[in-house]
Design a protein around this ligand. Structure first.
Ligand SMILES: *Cc1c(COP(=O)(O)O)cnc(C)c1O
Length: 327
């Protein structure tokens, strides 16, 4: 990706570890890529995408990052952290109530100095683009130049971060002397999956990239990914031919809904923490790992031997609503 601007912010490469006891129990080699270790304040997958978005913002002389997400958005917290680190302003549009308890990511958003506008679920769903445009105009009147990053930094430029991650994985395979035949990742807004998918294809790699959706449904994300693959190609100059049914999204693990947990999910995460010394998050990676284990038991992964799970972060998402489910 020559000529595409990037600001290096994440701790890279992130390590890949084998989960020995889980592997033994499932009869597969389960590896995990620690993208939760991209940074402390920056933890998670969003920083890989922000490296490209923020570079574009800075190149355009913008001094404010404007973005949006749920009240416990990891993406918004990472954006707030990057803004503070680079001396920029951050303005977050959060879906949720002003009176919500100030914990987890929201707490850090505030510590990091982000300005916040709370909106209702309907405003978020139907008007968030206009709301962010409105904020940009307001900032302009005060002499600032805002740069709008969409939800999850899932657009063409943001997704470039995961093409890069795919290339990192291919390097690590060589060093480790292993070939991953399945790569498993959570799908929330789709940019991470799209970048990995594009990177896999453009490098003629033979792995299958599986996404587990933790909101919406499979069809929705197949469309989202097709759109993002097009947007990516506008940056790279190379289109990859892909049909909708080639986008491997595994549905069925949304559970009670976005950011809502079921007791069996939390119990599984507690079990895994004790088994491997590994803490996943309840909103994204936890549901995906729960789903992966179920699907391995069902036989969906019978043709795969070496499975790489991407730990996309989310540690600050352990809010009171999830914590109380742990007995
Ligand atoms: C945002 C997020 C995801 C999903 O990534 P998308 O690119 O939005 O699909 C997965 N895990 C965590 C912890 C996240 O914060």
């Amino acid at each position: 990706m020559d000529g595409i601007k990037r600001i290096r912010l994440a701790n890279l490469p992130t390590k890949i570890e084998r989960l020995d006891r889980l592997s033994e129990q499932l009869g597969k080699n389960i590896y995990i890529k620690r993208d939760d270790q991209t940074g402390t304040e920056l933890t998670g997958n969003k920083i890989r995408k922000l490296e490209y978005c923020v570079a574009e913002a800075v190149a355009n002389n913008c001094d404010y990052l404007i973005t949006c997400g749920g009240i416990q958005s990891n993406h918004c917290r990472a954006t707030a952290a990057v803004a503070a680190k680079l001396g920029l302003g951050a303005y977050l549009v959060l879906r949720g109530n002003e009176d919500a308890s100030v914990e987890g990511n929201l707490f850090f958003d505030k510590m990091l100095g982000a300005e916040i506008k709370f909106v209702t679920a309907d405003e978020y769903k139907y008007q968030r683009a206009e709301i962010m445009e409105g904020i940009k105009e307001e900032l302009e009147k005060k002499g600032h130049k805002g740069y709008i990053i969409p939800e999850g930094a899932s657009n063409g430029v943001g997704s470039l971060g995961y093409i890069n991650a795919m290339e990192e994985i291919l390097e690590q395979e060589k060093e480790m002397g292993i070939k991953f035949d399945a790569i498993v990742v959570t799908v929330g807004s789709g940019g991470t999956y799209s970048g990995l998918y594009y990177g896999n294809r453009i490098n003629n790699n033979s792995a299958t990239v599986y996404g587990f959706n933790i909101t919406e449904a499979k069809e929705h994300f197949q469309e989202v990914v097709l759109k993002l693959l097009k947007e990516i190609s506008q940056y790279t100059g190379k289109e990859i031919p892909v049909a909708k049914d080639e986008i491997d999204i595994i549905d069925g693990y949304v559970g009670r809904g976005y950011a809502l947990s079921r007791p069996e999910e939390i119990e599984f995460l507690s079990y895994l923490a004790k088994l491997e010394g590994l803490i996943l998050d309840p909103v994204y990676t936890g549901k995906t790992m729960y789903g992966l284990v179920e699907e391995i038991k069902k036989g969906t992964f019978d043709k795969h031997e070496n499975i790489l799970f991407i730990h996309t972060g989310g540690i600050f998402g352990w809010a009171e609503d999830q914590r109380i489910l742990l007995r």
